[in-house]
Design a protein around this ligand. Structure first.
Ligand SMILES: Cc1cc2nc3c(=O)[nH]c(=O)nc-3n(C[C@H](O)[C@H](O)[C@H](O)COP(=O)(O)OP(=O)(O)OC[C@H]3O[C@@H](n4cnc5c(N)ncnc54)[C@H](O)[C@@H]3O)c2cc1C
Length: 463
């Protein structure tokens, strides 16, 4: 048995789990991070889009609250910043080949003990007569180790496993989660006896399909590669006989549910070429000029399908505490029908902070709705409790929630105004104990030529 009796045990090293550890460690509580694969960042290994639309506001709020070092991982590995593409403004695109090393380094620097290839398969709970809610005592790994803790965070995400991708998708597409090698995702809330629900899609079936794949940049024609390197974005019209209809109805990313994404191949430069479609049949793809040798980097069977997500969402309160448990918190895709790295990070920060607060005997922190993150945490938590909410996907970057941000006046790219809001809420540096409030995230570091408000080169439209 490995004991961490005084600390927080976080399961799942995606963006949400990493953020939870960051906040717990900064609150002075030791954190252990358990990850079933051999890499951290989970689905963040194949994403990369940050700071688009309302994510900019949420990022700067979190930076003002002390999460600058965490966002610096993404910002400092950005290949392009201030990029516009259809429906999205001022995005930065991190390099998926560089970001993981920086995330690992940060975890080391803040003193998080990470155990890779450690899949949690069971959870031991108890009822104490003096406590109204159940208490999680320990988690058990596939190797049979029991890991005890004072508080726990379920950051296991909502993707797959293969059985779900077979049943609700187009089969296992061999994505970055590599279920066949490391074993299926297992949720901590469900194993502890808590309730988990499944989100639905526009077809009325369960889950939703991931909305982008990666093509090996080297497999594309030099003119496509060059355009990507120069501007970060390339649009190539899709011949009408090749357009897919079904993909639109089941995809996870409602923020890309715009005609431009069905009429064009939208490519973004995240180290490889991020193709903004759930999947696209290889024989058709190779008939499009520039793509004659196109090869999928993720998922390997991107010509066939993609991972199915939003398969397991927990009920929780606005402090990220799971219903029915005293010391179990959740974050990221586990905590609502939400999408995105930024969304994973901000919910993770709050879950980790409140797990630490529980151990320290502090009142849980509930963020006010005067800041976008506080509003988002409430809206997404409540959405899990209704059928209509579970049909939606919430993200700061588009669709229903970005519209809400604009209506409520929460969206702005004025960093001073954002910091003022956080200050007025008394939350400056809250995730670092009041230190590190300078807001340095690396976004304005050297080589980042495209800033908000600075004219930039336009995206390249080809064909
Ligand atoms: C192909 C693709 C592209 C995307 N592109 C973008 C993008 O460009 N920008 C953006 O903002 N968002 C993007 N997203 C969405 C974004 O990646 C997710 O919404 C977000 O990162 C979810 O983070 P998470 O930590 O909640 O879950 P995950 O990233 O799923 O992480 C969960 C982790 O838990 C681990 N785990 C699961 N079960 C166990 C267990 N029992 N024991 C131990 N470990 C376990 C998993 O191995 C995994 O590492 C993309 C998603 C996909 C799939």
């Amino acid at each position: 048995m490995i004991r961490s009796a005084e600390g927080v045990v976080v399961v799942g090293a995606g963006w949400a789990g990493i953020a939870a550890c960051f906040a717990a460690s900064n609150a002075g509580i030791p954190a252990i991070l358990l990850e079933r694969t051999d890499r951290c960042l989970g689905t963040g290994l194949v994403g990369g889009i940050m700071r688009n639309n309302g994510r900019f506001t949420a990022t700067e709020e979190a930076v003002a609250m002390g999460a600058g070092r965490l966002f610096a991982v993404a910002d400092s590995s950005a290949r392009h910043v201030g990029v516009d593409f259809p429906g999205h403004k001022h995005a930065s695109l991190y390099d998926t080949t560089k970001v993981e090393a920086l995330a690992r380094r940060l975890l080391e620097e803040v003193g998080v003990k990470v155990m890779y290839e450690t899949r949690v398969v069971n959870v031991l709970t108890e009822h104490r007569p003096t406590h109204a809610q159940r208490i999680v005592r320990s988690v058990v790994t596939e190797r049979g180790e029991e890991i005890a803790g004072a508080a726990f965070v379920d950051a296991t995400g909502s993707a797959g496993p293969q059985r779900n991708c077979q049943k609700y998708g187009r089969g296992c597409a061999m994505c970055v989660l590599r279920c066949a090698s490391f074993g299926p995702r297992i949720g901590i809330v469900g194993k502890a006896g808590g309730l988990e629900v499944v989100a639905t899609n526009s077809l009325g079936t369960k889950g939703s399909m991931s909305g982008s794949c990666k093509l090996l940049k080297g497999s594309l024609d030099p003119w496509v590669r060059q355009a990507l390197d120069e501007t970060g974005v390339v649009l190539v019209p899709i011949p009408s006989r090749f357009k897919l209809r079904e993909e639109k109805l089941i995809k996870a990313c409602q923020q890309y549910d715009l005609p431009e994404y069905y009429d064009n191949m939208v490519l973004l430069d995240t180290g490889e070429a991020k193709l903004m479609m759930s999947y696209f049949p290889l024989p058709k793809l190779r008939q499009i000029p520039g793509f004659e040798n196109a090869t999928y980097a993720d998922p390997y069977a991107g010509g066939r399908g993609n991972s199915v997500r939003h398969m397991s969402i927990a009920f929780r309160d606005h402090a990220m505490r799971v219903d029915g448990f005293e010391n179990l918190f959740c974050c990221g895709e586990k905590s609502g029908p939400l999408v995105g790295h930024t969304e994973g990070i901000v919910t993770g920060l709050l879950a980790g902070y409140n797990a630490a607060s529980y151990i320290l005997g502090r009142k849980p922190l509930v963020l006010p709705t005067s800041i976008a993150i506080g509003d988002f945490v409430r809206v997404t938590g409540d959405a899990s409790r209704s059928e209509e909410g579970l049909r939606q996907r919430f993200t700061f970057s588009g669709s229903i929630y970005f519209e809400r941000m604009k209506t409520l006046g929460l969206y702005t790219v004025d960093i001073k105004a954002i910091r003022r809001r956080v200050e007025e809420a008394g939350l400056m540096g809250v995730f670092t104990g009041g230190e590190d409030v300078e807001g340095k995230s690396g976004y304005y570091g050297e080589n980042k030529v495209n800033r908000i408000g600075v004219p930039r080169r336009g995206s390249k439209i080809i064909g």
